[in-house]
Design a protein around this ligand. Structure first.
Ligand code: SF4
Length: 202
């Protein structure tokens, strides 16, 4: 496994629960995305999950419902998890790099992601997962390396300094555009499932 320079840097160390963090995040105006969206989509799932999934940002459905991964891509993600024997609310916690919808679903700019990442970093620390799946290049580039390419990095385990195992794979929205990505994503999630079982049995 490759060690990665994942080094969370934030000013939220004093926030000691996801509820408290969410209450602060929903009032956030740290970047311009907040003025163009319906509200902050904080994230959801099992707060004690050993598996955390990180995507890019809310889309139109997520913005409307205030929940992550509820549109077509989210429904596909649910199916992939189910096929791997994982249930979203039981086994995972899901969040995004940015918590407000970028206009027109554009990729969040680096300055927007940089302002939002402290929320995610503290979420990761509070959930304390053993495995993180990075869904797509925005998650990969903002958490691991701005120059990393998802086509080269997907399917390969990385490990953070604190020992979190990290699997980059394609974003489910990419599968909706290109069905040839379904097989590699399924292979990646099989690895995630096997590692998850190992962690739960150790
Ligand atoms: S995207 Fe993140 S940093 Fe920007 S306003 Fe929303 S919660 Fe705050």
């Amino acid at each position: 496994m490759n060690r990665v320079p994942y080094s969370p840097d934030h000013d939220l160390s004093g926030v000691n629960s996801l509820e408290e963090l969410k209450a602060m995040a929903v009032a956030c105006t740290r970047c311009g995305l907040r003025s163009g969206c319906s509200g902050v989509v904080f994230g959801e799932g099992n707060p004690e999950a050993r598996l955390m999934l990180i995507g890019e940002g809310p889309g139109a459905d997520e913005d409307r419902m205030g929940r992550p991964f509820v549109g077509k891509a989210g429904q596909l993600l649910d199916k992939i998890l189910e096929a791997a024997g994982l249930e979203r609310f039981t086994h995972t916690y899901i969040a995004n790099v940015v918590k407000c919808r970028p206009p027109g679903n554009r990729v969040p700019r680096p300055d927007e992601a940089a302002r939002c990442l402290p929320w995610l970093y503290r979420q990761i620390e509070l959930v304390s997962p053993g495995i993180i799946v990075l869904l797509g290049s925005t998650a990969l580039q903002n958490l691991i390396d701005p120059a990393a390419r998802i086509t080269e990095m997907r399917g390969r385990w990385l490990v953070s300094k604190s020992g979190i195992k990290i699997m980059p794979t394609y974003h489910p929205a990419a599968l909706l555009r290109d069905v040839s990505k379904k097989r590699p994503v399924w292979e990646d999630f099989q690895k995630v499932r096997d590692e998850y079982r190992k962690i739960m049995n150790s």
